[in-house]
Design a protein around this ligand. Sequence first.
Ligand SMILES: [Zn+2]
Length: 171
Amino acid sequence: MSDNMIRPIVLYKPYGNNDVLTHYIDEKDYSDSQKRHEVHEILESNRIHYNGLGLAANQIGLEERAFNIDGSTYFNPNVVEYNRDSVDAYSEGCLSFLSIKASIYRPHEITVNYTNLEGEVVNKTLEGLDAVAFQHELDHLNGITMADNIKSKIQRKKFMEKYKKSFNKLK
Ligand SMILES: [Zn+2]
């Protein structure tokens, strides 16, 4: 891994076009090992560089249906089952929103499938933060942003005001 793989984070634009972050990324063919490893190296090096728990491909402008969480890259990920009784709040942060936190409700127990770096299709149950992070990153690939997931209108407004302040300071 090297620094020349580092790409800018696509930030949510409060007043502009957010197409990169808000369109659905279609399933891709990841049968080629070299392709999987290339995508993994880029996602992993950028995730570490930006100090995120997770990073989805479109957050660095890549049209790939893949994300990396804590060193593992998940290709063509899906949630196949939600335990609706496990819904709970977690304080989430997102690199595309300058890591400003907000409380988001999600199932904390889900069953997922995906292709791993070795090219195997994996089926497993995730719990707690593992389940939260998987859903957060999968939302990115489906074009859903963190702001979309704040169900309380008041909380969403507060979050966006806080984010706009930080975003405006960047210029
Ligand atoms: Zn995010």
